[in-house]
Design a binder for this molecule. Structure first.
Ligand code: 73E
Length: 824
């Protein structure tokens, strides 16, 4: 402890240039972070060196998004120095909790996809897998959300302003990135046509490395994020032209590439800068991967034995064309050889079947920005369509008439002709990879049967499932110390690295004393949240209420509106004195809406309007409260999830690819009210469906309802309570003086076809909520179920997910000496 104290003081003085006697929490947080980084860097160097020494096959995880959140507590726990640090900082006059508050969330992602990437890095580090995360170091992460007059207002997330003590910026290792320009054709000595992409604009990619430690194993992997740097400083031309300010402007323009994260989750932006971001990060990453590979290899055909590249959705899919370009134009390999290398190296994860999220890029834009890549994509397509024809003719599709074959080719082509001629990035990713995986069982089945059914017929082995998982280090041990300590006192700490060990809790569910202790841990977390809400929102929570929580991105398919209709109905019943048996509850909502997503923003407004009315109504507010948690982010999730008793997972069946919040809640002892969707299905199967509150129509039922003609008006006319709730929303009951404010929401349900079947599931949802309320009155049974929920969550560890990727997709093994946990 003395050593740590000394190091902290030394950093306050020599790294931060401050007086250690002036007790600034900000300085002491940064100094502690630097002292922790010192303790990681030796192991990071040893880890990286061991990959070379052992000629390990490496895994590269390419993701445009990461959501690491805060690093301090997690890193202290991983290093096993949490208690030491707590004492040391207390000696220096600080509470570790307060210092941790000083850290800004690294919010370099929108939601589940980015958080999954961060959980996966944590698991690779803990399992000892030679992995690297690659992404973009956005200057501005996901916007900071404030609620003003009930509405979302976006503020810039200037997370870098105060510096980042965790990152190493490596300004000396810059990689060039080219755009635009032209392609020259030439003939090599064997008479083969060759291509060279020349000129164009150049910017530079600077690596920023963040260290990702494993749990108590000395294995530290790297997350390398690229930051754009202009090359104009190196351009002597501008001295000669005398256009100094012009050159500076150009520099600012170039550096715009890594300025900001696109804040839309599953809605395509289709903006030129977004494509630039994708290519910028992809080419820098591929250059870095090949640089490392070439240190030990000359023969490029050995690449797939040494390197596996996982594409996190299609956002980095241009990597396939980029690797082809390098192999063809720089290494001068033949097409077939280069293509084999590519397909054997790449694998692609699909995260959504929502059509509006499937990426396409206009051919005209690609031709201009990446002319050589567009040529290559055309060539990939031509060869692929010839192959399709060959397969179709050779098999029993022999009977395929020409029309069918033409249709098939149109459907699977990389090029879509309408509404504008574009490249389908998902098709590029599928064709250029040896593995395509979905993220939960149902999602993968839907990929095979619907979205990618033609590809499933063409390549029956390619599409596979890897159900998502979450890291127990952050989402149980670090976020929920009261519960973790209780668990550890009964079954030891092995569950932190082997989550299956939680099954040892099962017999304890029958033990009244253990149940009481379990409830006490939950109450402690509820009180902690209560104190936080008081501090931040000046609101007093009732900890005896059922804490009912719906936190995630705001999206119509996630159906926050369904929850809101339940709240309004409960409000009406209470007002009308029809709810004598109502179980008091506080309903929490939280989540960001894409700034351009009108309906999602209006939903936030409606939630806040209902909250204001309900909370101000003294007839009901001792029994029902609604809280909107502004600026939902990773660190907020870490506070809220441990305090939650009811987890809302109520997406339209078939639409949530997996969900990962659902897992974090159950792991922390919340019961789930949910639809038969995403990974909630597998959770119900693992836990026992009777221990969750499952309701609503299933995916196949919705398909047939849609086919037979779904008429939301029938539900409206047939259900008095539903009608009352919708009429109130449409009138100004919640928006005094602003008649029609929420009419777009209601009209969308009644006259817009209710694409997400809110009305169809309303009555069943109410029934399930009634069951929840009733069960909550029986605290012993509730607690028993809560314990069993957590006990059966072993499968949903990201360690299990990563082990499956490693074995079934990447063919990589943990580093020797690290398989069973601790390293040397
Ligand atoms: O169901 C979640 C899933 O758990 C899914 O909606 C989400 O990915 C999670 C992790 O697998 C997701 N995010 C995006 N697509 N699916 C996405 C798309 C475009 C931009 C940003 C995010």
């Amino acid at each position: 402890m003395e050593g740590l104290k000394k190091d902290v003081i030394r950093h306050v003085v020599s790294s931060l240039g401050s007086d250690y006697a002036s007790k600034s929490a900000y300085n002491y947080y940064n100094a502690l972070a630097l002292a922790v980084r010192d303790r990681l860097i030796d192991n990071w160097i040893k880890t990286q060196r061991s990959y070379y020494d052992e000629k390990a096959k490496r895994v590269y995880y390419l993701s445009l998004e990461y959501l690491p959140g805060k690093s301090l507590m997690n890193n202290l726990h991983c290093l096993g120095i949490y208690e030491t640090a707590r004492k040391a900082m207390s000696d220096l006059g600080f509470s570790l909790e307060d210092l941790a508050e000083q850290e800004w969330d690294a919010g370099l992602g929108n939601g589940g996809l980015g958080r999954l990437a961060s959980c996966f890095l944590d698991s690779m580090a803990t399992l000892g897998i030679p992995g690297y995360g690659y992404g973009i170091r956005y200057d501005y992460g996901i916007f900071h959300q404030v609620i003003e007059d009930g509405k979302q207002v976006e503020q810039a997330d200037n997370w870098m302003r105060v510096g980042n003590p965790w990152a190493y910026e490596r300004g000396q290792h810059l990689f060039p990135v080219r755009f635009f320009g032209e392609v020259k054709n030439w003939t090599d000595e064997y008479g083969r046509l060759r291509h060279t992409w020349t000129a164009g604009d150049t910017v530079l990619a600077m690596p920023c490395d963040m260290l990702v430690p494993g749990w108590d194993n000395h294995h530290v992997i790297n997350m390398r994020l690229w930051s754009a740097r202009s090359d104009v400083e190196f351009d002597l031309d501008f001295f000669n032209t005398g256009n100094y300010l012009g050159a500076v402007e150009e520099k600012i323009f170039d550096e715009k590439i890594s300025k900001v994260l696109y804040p839309s989750d599953q809605i395509e932006e289709g903006r030129e800068l977004r494509l630039k971001q994708q290519y910028f990060f992809v080419t820098a990453t591929i250059q870095d991967i090949l640089r490392r590979f070439r240190k030990k290899h000359q023969d490029m055909t050995e690449l797939p034995q040494s390197v596996a590249i996982q594409l996190n959705d299609t956002h980095p899919a241009i990597a396939i064309a980029e690797l082809m370009r390098i192999l063809l134009d720089e290494d001068l390999l033949d097409w077939e050889v280069a293509w084999d290398i590519c397909v054997s190296t790449f694998a692609y994860t699909n995260h959504t079947i929502l059509p509006e999220a499937l990426e396409t890029w206009p051919v005209s834009l690609l031709e201009r920005m990446l002319p050589r890549h567009m040529q290559i994509i055309y060539e990939i397509n031509a060869r692929f369509l010839r192959e399709v024809e060959r397969v179709a003719r050779s098999e029993d599709c022999g009977q395929l008439c020409h029309r069918d074959l033409d249709h098939l080719k149109q459907r699977v082509s990389l090029i879509q002709e309408r509404p504008i001629k574009s490249v389908r990035m998902a098709h590029l990713a599928i064709i250029g990879s040896h593995s395509v995986n979905g993220v939960a069982a149902l999602h993968t089945e839907l990929l095979k049967a619907r979205v990618f059914d033609d590809f499933q017929r063409l390549y029956p082995q390619k599409i596979n499932n890897k159900t998502n998982g979450v890291t127990p280090r952050r989402w149980l041990w670090s976020a929920n110390q009261p519960l973790s300590r209780l668990i550890a006192s009964h079954i030891g700490t092995g569950f932190v690295r082997n989550l299956d060990e939680l099954t040892q809790l099962e017999p304890l569910a029958a033990d009244p004393a253990f149940r009481e202790a379990w409830r006490a841990a939950k109450l402690e977390n509820k009180q902690r949240l209560q104190a936080y809400i008081k501090r931040k929102l000046m609101r007093e929570l009732h900890t005896e209420h059922l804490f009912d929580v719906h936190i995630k991105r705001i999206h119509e398919y996630k159906r926050q509106v369904l929850n809101l209709l339940h709240v309004v109905t409960a409000y009406n019943r209470l007002r009308h004195g029809q709810a004598a048996d109502f179980t008091p509850r506080t309903v929490f909502f939280g989540g960001k809406a894409a700034p351009s997503y009108f309906m999602a923003k209006r939903i936030i407004h409606a939630i806040n309007a209902v909250a204001a009315t309900v909370n101000a109504d003294s007839r009901v507010n001792d029994k029902l409260q609604v809280v909107y948690l502004p600026n939902y982010c990773v660190s907020q999730a870490e506070r809220v999830i441990p305090a939650t008793e009811l987890s809302e997972q109520i997406s339209t069946a078939g639409m949530e690819a997996s969900g990962t919040g659902n897992m974090k809640f159950a792991l922390n002892g919340a019961l789930t009210i949910g639809t038969w969707d995403g990974a909630t299905i597998e959770m119900a199967q693992a836990i026992g469906p009777e221990l969750l509150f499952i309701f609503g129509m299933r995916e196949d039922e919705l398909v047939s309802l849609r086919q037979h003609g779904y008429n939301p008006m029938l539900y409206y006319h047939g259900d008095e309570e539903l009608r009352e709730a919708l009429d109130m929303l449409r009138s100004d009951a919640f928006s005094p003086g602003q008649h029609g404010l929420f009419a777009p929401l209601v009209d969308n349900l009644l006259h817009g076809g209710d694409r997400f079947f809110v009305l169809a599931d309303y009555r069943q949802y109410l029934g399930a909520q009634q069951d929840v309320g009733r069960l909550y009155l029986d605290q012993e049974e509730w607690t028993r179920r809560s314990i069993l929920n957590a006990a059966r969550m072993g499968f949903f560890s990201s360690d299990r997910a990563i082990s499956q990727y490693a074995r079934e997709i990447w063919d990589v093994a943990p580093m020797a000496g690290l398989q069973n946990g601790k390293g040397a």
